[in-house]
Ligand binder design. Structure first.
Ligand SMILES: [Zn+2]
Ligand SMILES: [Zn+2]
Length: 321
């Protein structure tokens, strides 16, 4: 195998280390809570049953949303955004940037593109050889263009974007619930540890670390979760929060905001019963109320940036599985 391939394999393997670390911490927390706390430390049967029920509920939701965030493949631009073969050859042969832009402008004439580069040019990815749809960015870690890319998250070893942003938000929410539940229920035994009221077994050290670890994760997740809720309310990705998207009329950090309620719907879908579940939520057209089988509308810019204030439909993009 060529050295470059070996290096890439090593890189791919190493990228799983943060995920394995989280998985090990979660496995230990499960053992420590269920066995060491509920079975060996807590005496009351009623307390054991109530704690174990709510613990497993938050554990399942947390693991489910974490799993979906990790294993949902990022969506990439569909073939409509690739240059036709002849155009691609011309683009590659052409050395002058102005002529290359001419080719791109012609190819993009029928595409629903509202954003530009800082210089006002069509956004094109040389690596993937594709015209970048609005809100799409190239991820160097995944080596692909990702629709509505938010960021590449090492803790899930995946790109967070159009296909899994809802799952990512739910993962943050349920991990917060999981840690808060553990911290709140362990607190009284944590206090008993310091007042020497716990039996002198190894279980008491699990109780001690359970509280410390849960409290530590609570603090770090809370800040990230609050930030992402704020982004959802603004219909802004992390990338767009750092650098405002550029439209035909100039840059506008609120360019994709449709109003608070519609911004929420953009991420969670319009069926409230699925909002808290890490499942794909199909959206309905706001215009005619009909279900679009494989379509989900992309966050469309405000009417100030559009020729017509219609919704952009995701039918042009890779449909969901
Ligand atoms: Zn790319
Ligand atoms: Zn990525």
């Amino acid at each position: 195998m060529a050295p470059i391939h070996v290096l890439r394999c090593c890189q791919r393997g190493l990228a799983w280390i943060p995920v394995i670390f989280i998985a090990l911490v979660v496995c230990w927390s499960y053992y420590a809570y269920v066995v060491e706390l509920c079975i060996f430390t807590i005496q009351s049967i009623g307390e054991q049953v109530v704690y174990l029920f709510f613990f497993h509920l938050s554990f399942i939701m947390f693991v489910w949303s974490y799993w979906k965030t990790i294993f949902t493949k990022p969506s990439n631009p569909s073939k409509e955004f690739c240059l036709p073969k002849a155009e691609k050859e011309r683009y590659e042969k052409e050395e002058r940037p102005e002529s290359q832009q001419d080719i791109l402008w012609r190819a993009a004439s029928n595409l629903p593109l509202y954003t530009r580069t800082g210089a006002g040019a069509i956004r094109y990815c040389d690596r993937c050889q594709v015209i970048k749809p609005d809100r799409c960015h190239h991820c160097s870690a995944c080596d692909m263009c990702v629709l509505k890319m938010d960021h590449h998250c090492p803790w899930v070893n995946n790109c967070v974007g159009f296909s899994n942003y809802k799952f990512f938000i739910l993962f943050l929410a349920y991990s917060l619930v999981y840690c808060l539940f553990i911290a709140a229920t362990v607190l009284q035994y944590f206090i008993k540890f310091w007042t020497n009221e716990l039996p002198d077994t190894h279980a008491k050290f699990h109780v001690l670390f359970l509280f410390f670890v849960a409290a530590m994760f609570c603090i770090s997740i809370l800040s990230l979760f609050s930030y992402h809720l704020w982004l959802v309310g603004k219909n802004r990705s992390t990338i767009e929060a750092f650098r405002a998207p550029v439209f035909r009329t100039g840059s506008d950090k609120n360019g994709f905001s449709l109003g608070f309620k519609k911004n929420i719907v953009q991420v969670f879908g319009d069926q409230k019963k699925y909002w808290l579940l890490p499942v794909f939520t199909r959206l309905f057209s706001l215009e005619d109320g009909s279900s679009k089988s494989t379509t989900v509308y992309l966050s469309s810019p405000l009417s100030t940036h559009l020729a017509s204030p219609s919704l952009l439909f995701m039918s042009l993009f890779t449909p969901f599985p």
